[in-house]
Design a protein around this ligand. Structure first.
Ligand code: DGL
Length: 281
């Protein structure tokens, strides 16, 4: 079966029509917008399709088997329907499980999102790092393997949050989220409260793409200042490595948002900056 890139090359050689690159960004909900925002900055010329599997949200509450059997065929359907040039799985809870299955089954290039344990441990001065993710992500064998391979002498504390992704969705959608609710999820990340500043946690991996949506509040509520590691810029660099630098201006590029629940996308001004100013259809 011809790939989209073959088709594009044929069209270019015969009619010189320039078809923009299409990038599909996928998450369980709105968290993947924090990855989309960086990818859009890096490839402003591309078409974007953002898919939120809200019908199955939150992924953190599902078993490994449920996530694999949900995500792998769903991505296949999206590839057939939209023919993306690249797919970003902007979800740690899914990426820590499904990437080998997706790569085995579909030929389109994939970029996953996994906990940034290696750079966090390399940057930590106190050698105390916490990984804040969904309960699913922190339990994964994949995550444990990253710690075994890349902790670099750091003590790594895994903190599985049951509620923070949903709280981030509520906040982005304009709902009220109390400081207490956020702090209850955050506090276990801060290890060494009674100790001197050279020993306590100084670096926290944001191992769920929803959490950077709350970054201002995380900073304000943190018992002491820490570095938050958000993988989105590294994901955007990987996309550019695979697809190349932007191929011209963004005048023809567009954006679309799909919810698997079938609910109508109600455009909310809060979403537009994530799409680089585009108004998603
Ligand atoms: N945004 C997802 C992640 O990065 C998970 C949120 C959920 O539990 O669905 O892990």
């Amino acid at each position: 079966m011809p790939t989209r890139s073959d088709t594009k090359a044929n069209v270019k050689s015969t009619t010189l029509v320039n078809i923009p690159t299409t990038i599909l960004v996928f998450d369980s909900g709105l968290g993947g917008l924090t990855v989309l925002r960086e990818v859009v900055r890096a490839r402003d010329d591309a078409h974007y399709l953002y898919v939120a599997d809200d019908a199955f949200f939150p992924y953190g509450h599902h078993s490994e088997e449920e996530i694999v059997s949900r995500v792998v065929p769903l991505i296949g359907e999206l590839i057939s329907a939209h023919r993306p040039d690249l797919v970003v799985i902007a979800c740690n809870t899914a990426s820590t499980l499904v990437m080998p299955h997706l790569r085995e089954r579909y030929s389109v290039p994939f970029v996953g999102t996994v906990p940034a344990i290696k750079p966090a441990c390399a940057a930590s001065q106190t050698k105390r790092v916490s990984v804040l993710g969904t309960k699913g992500t922190v339990q994964r064998e994949y995550t444990r393997g990253l710690i075994r391979d890349f902790a670099q002498g750091c003590e790594v504390t895994l903190v599985g949050s049951a509620e923070l992704a949903a709280l981030a969705e509520t906040a982005l959608s304009g709902g009220t989220v109390s400081d207490e609710a956020i702090l209850a999820e955050l506090e276990p990340c801060f290890v060494g409260a009674g100790e001197d500043t050279s020993k306590r946690t100084d670096t926290i991996v944001l191992a769920c793409t929803h959490y950077p949506l709350l970054l201002d509040r995380l900073n304000r509520l943190a018992p002491w200042p820490v570095d938050w590691i958000d993988p989105a810029p590294a994901i955007a660099r990987r996309v550019v490595n695979l697809l190349g630098e932007p191929a011209g201006d963004n005048s023809g590029s567009a954006a679309r948002m799909i919810f698997t629940s079938g609910r109508e996308h109600r455009l909310n001004a809060a979403l537009v900056p994530f799409f680089g100013g585009r108004v998603p259809a």
